[in-house]
Design a protein around this ligand. Structure first.
Ligand code: ADP
Ligand code: TRP
Length: 321
């Protein structure tokens, strides 16, 4: 079974990204053959500054490698290092109706918010279909917002297969994990970089402490018992603590004498403890960009092997040899 994941290279990542997406992706390396890439071409639809794009791609690579992406076991590359995808994108464009693209929610949402549409944004789902189909992907784990893109991929693949009386393109399934709860931010709303309520994964010690100390609570005093069931600190502790540690924390909430500041420090300690090993590996990679480049070049060469065989097959089918 082949699993394919595309990751938008966004600058900083927070613990919501980690528990919501990254951790699962890393773990999926044990479920099947993982193909994972940094969606650098897709990022061009929103990032128009060279330095920002370069930095985001590099940092995404470093973050995923530090967090356990195994370049031997899996195939991990930067999308724009395997240009075959663009050829498939063009071929598939000729089997994608305007109506299909016009119905895309993400495109409609963006234009409704006043983002000036261009062809890249409009045809984004065709490039995503090419990503998926070029690698014969069976399973595509995605968030809810991306399900429609996987359905469009199936539509496009069906049109192509029908036109050439073939089954060369494998129909993918979207896999949406409903179990992972939304990680709350420091204000209790969904943690998101656009709400400014994040706890960063690789922030400075001082910065992360500031974010944790800024978690919103009620104003109960030291000498009052506190309710853990409605507390934002406790909700975040649940991500880092085992059952017995949580039980212990519940007792501390029920017993007057400690304030929220104490619970925040407990949480901070757990966060630091949890990410410490990754921080060291990340520092190493950040300081050795050549090593990162080599890993990505190795990943691209593995991906290209699969991609070039597939594109040859497709070129042949359509009459491009
Ligand atoms: P942000 O909302 O900070 O911009 P993104 O939209 O870039 O985050 O999300 C990247 C990935 O992380 C997505 O797969 C998304 O489902 C996951 N994710 C983001 N925030 C959370 C959260 N608060 N809880 C769980 N998963 C999240
Ligand atoms: N569109 C996806 C996102 O915004 C990223 C992506 C690009 C992707 N190509 C893909 C995801 C192929 C899965 C498969 O998150």
């Amino acid at each position: 079974m082949r699993i394919l994941s595309g990751i938008q290279p966004s600058g900083t990542i927070h613990i919501g990204n980690y528990f919501g997406m990254i951790k699962k992706m890393i773990e999926s390396q044990d479920d099947g053959e993982l193909f994972a890439f940094i969606a650098s071409y897709h990022a061009l639809t929103s990032v128009k500054e060279k330095e920002v794009l370069e930095k985001n791609i590099f940092e995404a690579a470093v973050n995923f490698l530090a967090l356990g992406m195994d370049p031997e076991k899996s195939t991990f590359w930067v999308q724009s290092d395997v240009k075959e995808v663009l050829e498939l994108y063009w071929i598939l464009s000729n089997h994608t109706s305007m109506g299909l693209l016009e119905r895309a929610h993400s495109y409609k949402d963006k234009t409704a918010r006043g983002i000036q549409a261009n062809h890249g944004l409009f045809s984004y789902p065709v490039l995503m279909a090419a990503d998926i189909l070029l690698f014969d992907s069976n399973i595509v784990p995605v968030g809810k917002d991306q399900i429609q893109h996987v359905e469009m991929t199936r539509d496009i693949a069906n049109s192509f297969n029908h036109a050439y009386k073939t089954d060369v393109l494998v129909l993918p399934e979207a896999k949406v994990d409903e179990i992972v709860a939304t990680v709350p931010g420091t204000d209790g709303a969904k943690m998101s970089k656009s709400y400014g309520n994040t706890i960063d994964m690789f922030g400075t010690k001082k910065g992360v402490k500031k974010q944790v100390m800024g978690i919103v609570t009620d104003s109960k005093e030291l000498d009052e018992a506190k309710d853990y069931t409605t507390c934002n600190i406790y909700k975040l502790c649940e991500l880092f603590m085992k059952e017995d540690e949580l039980k212990e924390l519940q007792v501390r909430y029920a017993t007057p004498g400690e304030g929220y500041g104490h619970f925040k420090l407990t949480l901070l300690e757990k966060i630091n403890e949890h990410f410490e090993p990754y921080i060291q590996r990340r520092e190493h990679l950040l300081n050795n960009p050549k090593e990162v480049k080599e890993i990505l070049a190795f990943g691209a060469s593995k991906a290209r092997k699969v991609a070039s065989a597939k594109i040859e097959q497709i070129r042949e089918l359509v009459g491009l040899v």
